[in-house]
Design a protein around this ligand. Structure first.
Ligand SMILES: Cc1cc2nc3c(=O)[nH]c(=O)nc-3n(C[C@H](O)[C@H](O)[C@H](O)COP(=O)(O)OP(=O)(O)OC[C@H]3O[C@@H](n4cnc5c(N)ncnc54)[C@H](O)[C@@H]3O)c2cc1C
Length: 544
């Protein structure tokens, strides 16, 4: 272990040390850049203005995939690269990234069946097959067995293929922690860059974060949809190169849909699809894809967004879903690179771009959660050119924190060996991998830490303490929105549990009584404003 994952220690080192590279932005891209740079032996710093993954990287569809629809756009290279990255993630983060069967119910005639079969064949050939299985057609009965809530009328068959899924915020956190704990990077959240520092020749020499001056001859701008704002700090004017597109998701109770695999539902009028993905005893549905002009900081789901998803689902369900069923929502912005003026955002490329400014700021934009490693490697190649050391990327086969020890904990009898319930071990391993042992040890030392954190959700109290102690959670929202995903799954139940959770983590984080009260208020306001913006009723205790 080379470094502790501790914010105060990180801030002290950011002030004192000199770095080879400073990364601005702690989403998946910045996290990936920090890991790539640190594992090449570069002295690496990362600063995040808010919490790690608080931007787009906690608000995605959480799929680690090639993207079947990009084949329609003939973006074969993107799909090929993404499917190669999917396999690397399955290998390097087996605790966080899991293969998942996908089902496309076929409502339509032979022509649609043929087109789908061809597209799925192309997906297999482009790299889908790496997962060890190829797509196949299944009967109407088998389709309905996977999703009993589907309408039988008009259903001709189903196609099954394979992709993968990951908790985006936890993946991002795992990448940052790997960079820090295993490779000596220094990272801090709640540390926003407000100014870039330059020498007399106009070359970047670091950045200012509040009162801190961080020294580094190369700065990587990985600020996602805010990348133009950081470029404005460098270039003196806003370049307007990005075109944000909003996408939202809704969460409903699993029994309302009952799918045991992820399902792809077509939105006929828009010639696109939405995903219906099981997540414990919930199902999330999304996404929308709309042009976005509002403020970048807090995009929200609107009543129209929610209606769009409900209407798309209800076309194919025997029992319609309603606003009353929606227990959570989230909205994110895709950092798409601006293209032709009239192009639909759904048609803009998910490819990434890396550019170096005359003063030495490397900006990396675009891309996808799935391809972060590749983006990071490309960006750090530029850093290596600039600093003249570091060599080639080493992340292709680099295991993420928690990967070690995962297999043993997934084996039968792990619960009995550790002295806790097998279902609890399974839940923890999917979130912490081999590091679940530390959470279990906390529970064995104090059995009340094995109790539920938020009623109706699988998280236990030890996870909140672990978040504060080992995962740099700094606010109540960090604990309930990203270290656990309680807010996304059960908004109102999470708001109701906020005082208990604050009482648990407050002493660990040194909160005074008034700070604890403030944290509760901020979190509850956030949950309430999300609900109101989406025009949703409050969920009742029997439905959460
Ligand atoms: C609805 C939706 C669904 C998606 N689904 C998928 C999917 O299923 N699979 C997939 O592969 N991809 C998906 N994506 C794409 C993927 O989520 C994004 O490409 C990725 O998360 C972008 O990460 P990022 O690190 O570039 O940006 P972000 O995660 O937004 O990170 C940028 C960070 O920079 C920080 N920052 C900004 N300014 C400063 C500053 N001055 N100082 C310090 N920090 C700063 C921000 O706070 C932020 O945390 C989806 C995107 C959306 C919106």
């Amino acid at each position: 272990m080379t470094g502790a994952f501790d914010r105060e220690a990180a801030l002290a080192r950011l002030a004192d040390d000199e770095f080879d590279v400073l990364v601005v932005g702690g989403g998946i891209t910045g996290a990936g850049v920090a890991l790539d740079a640190a594992s090449r032996g570069l002295r690496t710093a990362l600063v995040e203005r808010d919490d790690f993954a608080s931007g787009t990287s906690s608000k995605s569809s959480k799929l680690v995939h090639g993207g079947l629809r990009y084949l329609n756009q003939r973006d074969y290279r993107l799909v090929y690269e993404a499917l190669a990255e999917r396999q690397r993630l399955l290998d390097n983060a087996p605790h966080l990234v899991k293969a998942l069967p996908f089902l496309i119910p076929l409502y339509g005639g032979k022509a649609i069946a043929k087109a789908l079969n061809t597209a799925l064949w192309a997906y297999d050939v482009t790299g889908g097959i790496r997962i060890g299985k190829v797509h196949h057609r299944i009967s109407v009965d088998d389709t309905l067995a996977h999703m009993p809530s589907l309408r039988r009328e008009g259903l001709a068959a189903g196609f099954e293929y394979y992709d993968a899924r990951a908790d985006d915020a936890r993946l991002t956190l795992a990448v940052v922690r790997t960079a820090v704990v295993d490779h000596g990077a220094v990272a801090a959240n709640y540390a926003g860059v407000t100014e870039l520092l330059k020498d007399g020749a106009g070359q970047v020499r670091g950045a200012r974060v509040g009162a801190l001056e961080i020294r580094a001859p190369v700065v990587v701008n990985a600020a996602g949809v805010w990348a133009d704002d950081v470029r404005a700090l460098d270039e003196g004017q806003h370049p307007h190169t990005l075109r944000p597109a909003k996408g939202i998701h809704i969460t409903v109770p699993w029994e309302k849909v009952g799918n045991d695999v992820a399902v792809v539902i077509p939105v006929l009028k828009d010639k696109r699809s939405i995903f219906v993905v099981p997540w414990g005893d919930r199902v999330y549905i999304g996404t929308t894809d709309t042009d976005y002009e509002g403020p970048l900081d807090d995009p929200v789901s609107t009543p129209d967004d929610v209606s769009y998803l409900l209407a798309a689902m209800n076309r194919f369900l025997t029992e319609p879903l309603s606003e009353d069923d929606v227990t959570g929502t989230w909205a994110g912005l895709r950092p798409l690179v601006r293209a032709a003026k009239n192009a639909r955002t759904a048609d803009l490329s998910r490819r990434h771009a890396v550019a170096t400014s005359p003063s030495g700021v490397v900006t990396v934009t675009g891309g996808k959660l799935t391809t972060y490693r590749r983006m990071a490697a490309d960006a750090v190649d530029r850093v290596v050119e600039a600093v003249g050391k570091g060599g080639r990327s080493r992340t292709k086969h680099l295991a993420l924190r928690g990967a070690a020890g995962t297999t043993e904990l997934r084996n039968d009898g792990a619960g009995a060996r550790l002295g806790v319930d097998a279902a609890l071990v399974a839940h923890l391993v999917d979130r912490y991998g081999g590091e679940a042992r530390t959470v279990v040890a906390m529970i064995l030392a104090d059995l009340t830490l094995g109790d539920a954190l938020v009623p109706t959700l699988p998280y236990v109290r030890a996870e909140a303490l672990y978040a504060a102690r080992y995962e740099m959670a700094h606010t109540l929202d960090d604990v309930l929105s990203r270290r656990t995903r309680a807010l996304l799954l059960a908004r109102d139940a999470s708001a109701a549990a906020a005082p208990d959770v604050a009482a648990l983590v407050g002493p660990e984080l040194g909160w005074t009584e008034s700070e604890t009260a403030r944290q509760i208020e901020v979190f509850r306001d956030r949950a309430e404003s999300e609900r109101r913006a989406a025009g949703l009723p409050q969920t009742t205790p029997d439905r959460v």
